[in-house]
Write a protein that binds this ligand. Structure first.
Ligand SMILES: Cc1cc2nc3c(=O)[nH]c(=O)nc-3n(C[C@H](O)[C@H](O)[C@H](O)COP(=O)(O)O)c2cc1C
Length: 388
């Protein structure tokens, strides 16, 4: 196994082992990719306060997210087409998360189905729901997630319409890939990916294919989204979905204090401050910059989580010290999965855990629950001065 020292090492391996179409799918933001870039560069703006001569024995990164014990405040974010990054990718990522003791969130747009993942794991995972025009199908999905004993429903609110990623259009992204001259030429250089993929349990959208009638092209994410996603989603519908689910609900994609207040009103158990990893509204604020105003609006009344841009344990520490109760990683574990399958996801989690633990110690803290603004140096105008 190559020596892995950080998430960037896994990203390089991912790029070399996975067909270009799927690497690009993960490594893109929408339009100019400004928000995608700033999600990471804004974390770099925050500095850490080094403290010394503090007894750093007996450290713990363990905490809770929505009342569930987690080994560190990091969950695996829902990522569509994970099973195209590595054969049976959702199963492998879920198993790695379970062994590590962090939550796994399965996307509606996964390759392995809800049932596949439930069968391959022993503890409850979380299910992420995209809302569709076909309400019967949505109800069936919710029922399937209940039957699989999923312990939270993550409803994604920032993708009623798909943000454009130029590379996906140019690459003709689909699952499974369509065999054109260009894709075949690239696949020929990724033979280990191909061999594994031939043995995969599934190569199509497992939650969709065989569960919905009359889809013209289930292999194309763009076509499916345009046809099926519900552009009329509003807070009333969200409240009804919450009722239908009846369990813990996490609302994902909140980037504005007013929306955070609405999420509170419909009774969310947690919200995720997220811009979908810079894949939706290009030009929106980075999640870490949006976090303080949302915490100010609702932070004492609902659990606030954050994703978008986390590439290290230092980033996790910064988000938690700013006030997030939990974080999610998307690309950071996808790089690991593409690089090495399940051991790669474990490696990504190990890297982040070690960085979090060491950084915490050097900041003079022994318990993740004690992290706070005292550990950070935040630029004075970090949130930005925007005109009314
Ligand atoms: C390749 C890819 C696919 C994604 N698919 C979904 C999805 O199906 N559902 C969803 O709610 N979010 C999806 N997201 C967004 C992630 O859940 C998460 O918000 C994002 O990856 C966080 O940013 P990060 O990648 O910088 O950690 C996807 C992100 C990526 C990179």
């Amino acid at each position: 196994m190559p020596v892995i020292t950080n998430i960037a090492d896994l990203k390089r391996l991912h790029a070399s082992r996975v067909p270009r179409m799927f690497y690009d799918y993960a490594e893109s933001g929408s339009w100019t990719e400004q928000t995608f870039r700033e999600n990471t560069s804004d974390f770099d703006q925050i500095r850490l306060r080094q403290r010394v001569a503090v007894d750093m024995t007996g450290r713990s990164t363990a905490t809770q997210m929505i009342g569930q014990d987690v080994a560190m405040p990091v969950a695996l974010a829902p990522v569509g087409l994970t099973g195209m990054q590595h054969a049976d990718g959702e199963i492998k990522a879920a198993r790695a998360a379970e062994a590590f003791g962090v939550p796994y969130t399965l996307s509606t747009m996964s390759i392995n189905s809800i049932e596949d993942v439930a069968e391959a794991t022993t503890k409850p995972f979380w299910f992420q729901l995209y809302t569709m025009k076909d309400t019967d199908y949505v109800s069936r999905l919710i029922q399937r997630a209940k039957d699989a004993k999923c312990s939270a429903l993550v409803i994604t609110l920032d993708l009623q319409i798909l943000g454009q990623r130029h590379k996906d259009l140019k690459n003709g992204l689909s699952a499974p890939p369509k065999l054109t001259v260009k894709t075949l030429a690239n696949l020929a250089t990724k033979w280990s990916w191909g061999i594994e993929m031939l043995r995969a349990q599934r190569r199509e959208f497992g939650n969709i294919v065989g569960h919905v009638d009359g889809i013209s092209d289930a292999s194309s994410l763009g076509a499916w989204t345009a046809e099926q996603f519900d552009p009329s989603l509003d807070w009333d519908k969200i409240a009804k979905l919450k009722e239908e689910w009846g369990g813990k609900v996490i609302l994902k994609g909140i980037l504005d204090a007013e929306d955070a207040k609405m999420a509170l009103k419909v009774g969310a158990d947690a919200i995720i401050v997220s811009n979908h990893g810079g894949r939706q509204l290009d030009g929106a604020l980075s999640s870490i910059r949006a976090l303080p105003s949302i915490l100010e609006a609702v932070g004492d009344q609902v659990e606030v989580h954050l994703d978008s841009g986390i590439r290290s344990g230092q980033d996790v520490l910064k988000a938690v010290a700013m006030g997030a109760k939990g974080t999610y990683i998307g690309r950071a574990y996808i790089y690991g999965l593409g690089a090495m399958g399940q051991p790669g996801v474990t490696e990504a989690l190990n890297v982040i855990h070690k960085e979090l633990d060491t950084t915490m110690a050097l900041c003079g803290e022994v318990n993740v629950a004690d992290l706070g603004r005292q550990n950070l140096l935040v630029p004075q105008d970090f949130e930005g001065r925007w005109q009314d």
